[in-house]
Ligand binder design. Structure first.
Ligand code: CDT
Length: 326
């Protein structure tokens, strides 16, 4: 008997600044209905799925940004999602801005079970962008202004999803570009990584050195490599389209443990893509080429934990060459 779970990436088209949460939630509930009709057991929504991607907007008074944060889940406005999950027996992943009771702010994702219970929470670790207004930028990216660095590590939990026990893990957007995030989850035997993203389709820092089409290619490359090198499925869901005049790419994907794309969104609007994931497909990689217990060499990886930025290597000299060939 296979351990198969049917998953969906529920891509969202743009959510404009003026769009109320209730409207966004209504669109998400419609995607859940659609998912139910297609036999889906787990739906993955994007990062910061309830509002526009507000870190593009600079507010001098940081506290004013609290209007974009949730202080509880479910709330009156998000309750319909939890009700839909119960109605259809579907689990879901939701990205949102979290304000804790003691006043901390995080870019957060939760995995919610079909009974509406929160089974896993993650707070984004790799926050891209900047904390202050940068006049040379056409569009700001103020994640470092509005969020604190997540304090929950990269958690994985064995959770009942769609009638299976699944080792499920969460990361958010920019984390997908960091192999460390994937490996920390790989070391917890993750079988299904869920992640949402909001990625501008233009790299303002590229200055002509990055071809436009590489934006999507780099996103896919990171997810496919992370899934392959850690023998896991991955569901990566975009918020897409032109939001507050700024274009976000879509191209949501579901990837298998061989790093192959099983399904990809073809619009930059609300769209559901699905795949049947046989979790036993995770076994091949983790018992052969990526059998961590047999092949990893942590004694050679010290710099990963000891260093943040890169240092220059020693300059070659005949003595140094002699040392390296001893
Ligand atoms: N949301 C998010 O993390 N986006 C980043 C783009 C940052 S560009 C300053 C990403 O890695 O997709």
């Amino acid at each position: 008997m296979t351990r198969t779970i049917t998953v969906a990436a529920a891509q969202l088209g743009p959510i404009q600044l003026a769009e109320p949460r209730a409207e966004a939630v209504g669109r998400m509930v419609r995607l859940m209905e659609h998912a139910h009709r297609r036999g889906v057991e787990l739906v993955v929504f994007p990062e910061l799925a309830l509002t526009t991607f507000f870190p593009r907007h600079y507010l001098e008074d940081r506290a004013e940004a609290d209007r974009w944060f949730e202080t509880s889940l479910p709330s009156n406005e998000t309750a319909p999602l939890f009700e839909a999950a119960r109605r259809y027996g579907i689990s879901f992943h939701l990205g949102y801005a979290e304000k804790t009771p003691d006043g901390h702010h995080y870019n957060t994702a939760v995995l919610v079970g079909p009974g509406g219970e929160i089974m896993l929470k993650y707070r984004k670790v790799h926050l891209p962008g900047h904390a202050d207004y940068l006049p040379h930028r056409k569009v700001q990216h103020l994640e470092k202004r509005y969020f604190e660095v997540g304090d929950l590590g990269f958690p994985v939990i064995r959770a009942p999803l769609g009638g299976q026990q699944v080792n499920a893990g969460l990361m958010i957007c920019n984390d997908r570009r960091w192999p460390e995030a994937w490996r920390v989850m790989g070391l917890q035997s993750v079988e299904l990584v869920m992640l949402g993203y909001n990625t501008p389709s233009t790299n303002q820092d590229a200055a002509g050195f990055e071809a436009h089409h590489l934006r999507v290619a780099h996103s896919h490359l990171s997810i496919q490599a992370g899934a392959y090198q850690n023998s896991t499925f991955a569901v990566a869901t975009a918020k897409a389209g032109t939001e507050d005049g700024c274009e976000l790419f879509g191209n949501s994907i579901i990837v298998n443990p061989q790093g192959e794309i099983m399904a990809e969104a073809t619009s930059w609007s609300d769209e559901l893509i699905t795949a049947d994931c046989d979790l036993d497909r995770c076994t091949l990689g983790r018992t052969t080429i990526f059998a961590f217990d047999r092949h990893r060499r942590p004694e050679a990886y010290g710099r990963i934990l000891e260093q943040v930025g890169a240092v220059e290597p020693p300059v070659w000299t005949p003595t140094a060459a002699g040392a390296s060939t001893r």
